[in-house]
Design a protein around this ligand. Structure first.
Ligand code: SF4
Length: 251
C-alpha cells in the first residue's frame, strides 16, 4: 500500500455537492418497495414488545418496509426516512455506523454525507468499493440533533441489525466508532482509542473497530500516530484479513 493510497483519506472541501450545505431540502420519504404477494405488512412491529425472531425476513426490501413503518422506539416519530442500508447484500464485509445523520435521513441511505464520502475514500484506499461492502447502522432512524442513540433505542432496533447480519452473512464486520461497538457487543461505553485496530470475534465473524469517519474529518493530520494514520493501519489489516479469508475459501 502506498502513501498515494493513504492520500485518499482526504475529502476535498469542494469535490462533491454533498460537501456543501444544501440550500433547499425536500423532506420527501423515499419510495419503499412493497410486494403484498410475499410479505404480510400486518406483521410490522409497532412496539418494542413485539418480538422479531431470527428468520423473520427474506430480504433487505422487507426490512426496509418494516423499518419505514416501525414505531418500536421514539425515533420513529421524527424520522423522514428509515435508513436501512446501501452496498452489496452479498458482501463479505459489513460496516456498521451509529445512526443516520441529516443527509442520510433525507436521502434514506447510510453514509451519504461528508462522512460517507470519506468512508468511500477509506475503502478505496485499500481497493474496496461499495460492491465489496454492505453498510448499515445500529439504529435505522435519525436521533434528533445527531445525538447518540440511547441504550433503549439501540435495543429496540437491534433485531433489524441481527437480521441484516444473518442475511448478509459477512466474514468481516467493521464497526465505525464507539456506539457501533456498544450496539453490536451490547457493551457499556467503550474507549474507541483503546480498542480500535484489534480483532474480536462475534458469532464466528472477525470484527474490528475503527474511528468513525466524522472523527477523522475533525482530525485532519496524517502524521504517524494520528487518527487518520491509525485508521490507515487498521484498513490495511482489514484488507489483509479479507484476502486471507477469500484465499481460504478458494481451497
Ligand atoms: S430506530 Fe429502529 S426501532 Fe426505532 S423506530 Fe426506527 S426502525 Fe424502529
Amino acid at each position: 500500500m502506498s502513501n498515494e493510497q493513504f492520500s485518499l483519506f482526504d475529502v476535498a472541501s469542494d469535490d462533491s455537492p454533498n460537501l456543501k450545505p444544501a440550500k433547499t431540502k425536500t423532506r420527501k420519504p423515499a419510495e419503499v418497495i412493497f410486494d403484498p404477494a410475499t410479505f404480510d405488512a400486518a406483521l410490522i412491529p409497532t412496539t418494542n414488545k413485539m418480538p422479531i425472531p431470527a428468520g423473520t425476513y427474506d430480504s433487505m426490501d422487507q426490512i426496509q418496509v418494516h423499518c419505514s413503518e416501525c414505531q418500536r422506539c421514539g425515533l420513529g416519530t421524527t424520522r423522514t426516512n428509515a435508513v436501512v442500508s446501501r452496498g452489496n447484500p452479498n458482501a463479505s464485509i459489513l460496516i456498521i455506523g451509529e445512526g443516520p445523520g441529516e443527509n442520510e435521513d433525507l436521502q434514506g441511505k447510510p453514509f451519504v454525507g461528508k462522512s460517507g464520502q470519506l468512508l468511500d475514500k477509506i475503502l478505496q484506499s485499500v481497493k474496496l468499493t461499495e460492491d465489496d461492502v454492505f453498510i448499515c447502522n445500529i439504529v435505522k432512524c435519525r436521533p434528533p440533533e445527531n445525538r447518540k442513540p440511547s441504550k433503549d433505542e439501540m435495543e429496540a432496533c437491534r433485531p433489524y441489525l441481527m437480521e441484516q447480519i444473518r442475511l448478509v452473512n459477512p466474514k468481516i464486520i467493521i464497526m465505525t466508532g464507539a456506539s457501533a461497538i456498544e450496539g453490536l457487543f451490547q457493551e457499556k461505553s467503550v474507549g474507541i482509542t483503546k480498542i480500535r485496530g484489534q480483532w474480536r470475534d462475534w458469532e464466528g465473524r472477525a470484527c474490528m473497530a475503527i474511528f468513525h469517519p466524522s472523527y477523522l474529518l475533525r482530525n485532519q493530520s496524517r502524521d504517524q500516530g494520528s487518527p487518520k494514520w491509525l485508521t490507515w493501519q487498521d484498513m490495511q489489516a482489514v484488507r489483509q484479513k479479507y484476502d486471507e479469508l477469500n484465499a481460504e475459501e478458494e481451497f
